[in-house]
Design a protein. Structure first.
Length: 175
């Protein structure tokens, strides 16, 4: 049933902290908050964009470095410093004429709960909080920042026969 649902996904939405990162934040002396991202997640994200999926980032976190990372992967829908994720989701659905069955969301913590209850497929990393695991149709065996995002993107693209790239560039995931 779960794999069958993946056939309808056109839109992938991800939180950042705890999903695309391990949730750790390094505070620099300049006041900047630094995060690390997994290169394999980056490869999967840029491939999904190339394959025509709507890839969206919705996060309460903010920072120019994060925006540059995702823009470098070809992602255009980047929403940082968001306090109401549901409002952004509703706007995206209206903009792209989406229904819930087309949307997959990966979150890890309580701020993701409401949006995850609205999407067609709610997913989370292995280290998500219990409330998020309880409502997820899929719990990745991987933790946040450690290829949970690649795991779910690869599943969607494989089910839809869009995974393999005949001519990958070594620079694709490192932008």
């Amino acid at each position: 049933m779960f794999l069958e649902q993946l056939k309808h996904i056109t839109t992938l939405i991800f939180d950042i902290d705890g999903v695309l990162t391990n949730g750790d934040i390094i505070a620099s002396d300049s006041g900047e908050f630094l995060r690390t991202f997994n290169i394999k997640d980056g490869y999967a994200l840029q491939l999904a964009v190339k394959r025509g999926y709507h890839v969206c980032i919705i996060s309460g976190g903010k920072g120019e470095a994060m925006r540059k990372r995702f823009e470098g992967l070809g992602i255009n829908n980047i929403f940082l410093g968001v306090s109401d994720k549901v409002a952004v989701y509703n706007s995206l659905c209206a903009s792209y004429n989406l229904n819930a069955a087309e949307v997959l969301y990966m979150g890890d913590d309580i701020p993701d709960l409401k949006i995850m209850q609205l999407v067609g497929i709610a997913t989370c990393p292995a280290d998500a909080v219990p409330e998020i695991k309880a409502i997820s149709q899929y719990i990745s065996p991987y933790t946040g920042g450690k290829t949970a995002v690649r795991d779910i993107i690869e599943k969607v693209l494989r089910v839809q026969k869009n995974w393999f790239d005949e001519n990958p560039s070594a620079a694709d995931s490192g932008k």
